[in-house]
Design a protein around this ligand. Structure first.
Ligand SMILES: [Zn+2]
Length: 372
C-alpha cells in the first residue's frame, strides 16, 4: 500500500501509511489518558497531554531511526533503498532487492534492533539525569517511557520469525548453513507463523485475565505476524522463480494492434469477438500510442458504439503499462498487479513486439515451483 509522502532523509523518501495517522492519535490519546496519569498521578491533565503528544512524536522518531539504520546499512552493502513507509506497527524499508548473501542479510537485519537498544539506553541515562531534579518529573516520565518503548521495539523486532528482524537473522543463519535461501526462508517463515500463533494465544490469555486492551493488541500483532510470514515466503519463492526469466522469452509474438481511429462497434466485432483477447495495443504507423481494454469498452454505452472511436477510450501509453523485452518476469507481474491490467504490451523502440498476460506468468510460476 502506498503512503503519504512526508520528507526525505539521506536520499530516502519517508512516507507514512494512512493507518499510521490513526495509530499516532491512538497512542497520544492512550498515553495522555491512561499511561501517564497511572504512572504520574501528581501531574496536571495538560501535563499528561503534553507528555502524550511528545511521547507519540518521539516514538515516531525512534521508529524512523530504527528504519534509517536498516536502510543506511543496506545502502552501504550496495542495496538501494527507495522508500521507508511507516505503518501500523512500525516501518518497512523498501529495499530494491534482497541481500545476495547471508552476511549482508545479517548486517542489515541486526542494525535496526541494535539502534533501538542504543536509543533505549540513551533515554534511560537521560531519565536518570533528570530524575535528580524533582521539578523535571514531566521529562523524567517521558524519557523513561521512551527508554521502555525503544527496548520493546528491539525485543519485538528480535522475535525470530520472518519477516521481523529476528526472523531475518534466523534466515541468514540457516542460509549460511544450508546454502539455500529458499529452505532458510521456509524455516524462518514457519517460525514467524508459530510465533504469530503464540502471540495470539497470549493475547487471548490476557483478555481472559481481564487485560482487554493489551490482549487485543497482542491478538492483532500476532495475526499480522502470521499473515506477513506467509506472504513473505510466497514473495521470496515467486521472486526467485521469476527473476531469471526475461519478458521476451515469455511473450506471445504476432501482436494484433488496433488503429486509434477504429470505431468501437468494429473493435468489438472484429477484435474482441474474433480474437478473444481482453487488451489490444493501439498503434499508429506501427508506433504504440496506448492500450484499449475490455473494461474501458464496457464503460461506453452500447448506443454510443457507432460514434466513439478507440482513441477516445484507450489508456495512453506510459511506462507503467508497457514491458521491456529484456525486463524480468517478476517485474512484469509487479506492473500488472500495480496497474490492474492482466495483459500488457512488450514495447521495443516504441513498437509493440509482443504481449504478456498474467496467466502466462502464473503458469510459468506453477511449473517452476512444481519442478523444484
Ligand atoms: Zn527492523
Amino acid at each position: 500500500m502506498k503512503g503519504l509522502r512526508l520528507f526525505r532523509v539521506l536520499g530516502i523518501q519517508i512516507s507514512a501509511n494512512y493507518t499510521w495517522f490513526i495509530v499516532f492519535g491512538l497512542i497520544a490519546w492512550s498515553l495522555a489518558s491512561s499511561y501517564f496519569p497511572f504512572h504520574y498521578p501528581g501531574l496536571s491533565r495538560s501535563a499528561h497531554w503534553v507528555m502524550g503528544f511528545l511521547g507519540a512524536v518521539f516514538l515516531f522518531l525512534s521508529v524512523l531511526i530504527h528504519e534509517i539504520t536498516h536502510s543506511t546499512i543496506a545502502k552501504r552493502e550496495g542495496i538501494e533503498v527507495k522508500e521507508i513507509t511507516l505503518f501500523i506497527f512500525g516501518g518497512v524499508s523498501q529495499l530494491t532487492k534482497e541481500p545476495e548473501d547471508p552476511l549482508k542479510e545479517l548486517k542489515v537485519a541486526i542494525g535496526g534492533p541494535l539502534s533501538s537498544i542504543i536509543l533505549a539506553f540513551l533515554f534511560w541515562i537521560a531519565s536518570k539525569i533528570t530524575s535528580r531534579t524533582p521539578d523535571f518529573i514531566l521529562y523524567t516520565g517521558l524519557l523513561s517511557y521512551l527508554a521502555f518503548i525503544n527496548l520493546s521495539l528491539a525485543v519485538f523486532n528480535l522475535i525470530p520469525g520472518f519477516p521481523l528482524d529476528g526472523g531475518r537473522v534466523l534466515r541468514a543463519i540457516y542460509w549460511k548453513r544450508t546454502g539455500s535461501l529458499r529452505r532458510a526462508t521456509r524455516i524462518a517463515t514457519e517460525a514467524g507463523k508459530w510465533f504469530g500463533v503464540g502471540i495470539i494465544l497470549l493475547g487471548l490469555l490476557l483478555v481472559l485475565t481481564g487485560n482487554l486492551i493489551g490482549g487485543f493488541w497482542f491478538v492483532i500483532i500476532g495475526m499480522f505476524l502470521r499473515s506477513s510470514a506467509e506472504g513473505g515466503y510466497q514473495q521470496v519463492v515467486m521472486k526467485r522463480a521469476l527473476e531469471g526469466v526475461k519478458v521476451k522469452e515469455l511473450m506471445s509474438q504476432g501482436v494484433i494492434t488496433v488503429q486509434p481511429s477504429l470505431r468501437i462497434d468494429r473493435l468489438v466485432e472484429d477484435f474482441y469477438l474474433t480474437h478473444n483477447h481482453i487488451t489490444y495495443p493501439v498503434a499508429e504507423k506501427e508506433r504504440i500510442v496506448g492500450i484499449v481494454t475490455l473494461k474501458r469498452v464496457k464503460e461506453v454505452p452500447r448506443e454510443k458504439w457507432t460514434e466513439k472511436v478507440v482513441q477516445e477510450v484507450m489508456i495512453p501509453i506510459r511506462e507503467e503499462i508497457m514491458l521491456d523485452p529484456d525486463g524480468n518476469a517478476a517485474d512484469a507481474l509487479q506492473k500488472m498487479i500495480r496497474s490492474g491490467e492482466g495483459r500488457l504490451p512488450v514495447v521495443e523502440d516504441g513498437k509493440p513486439v509482443g504481449m504478456v498476460t498474467r496467466r502466462d506468468i502464473l503458469n510459468l510460476l506453477e511449473i517452476k515451483t512444481d519442478l523444484e
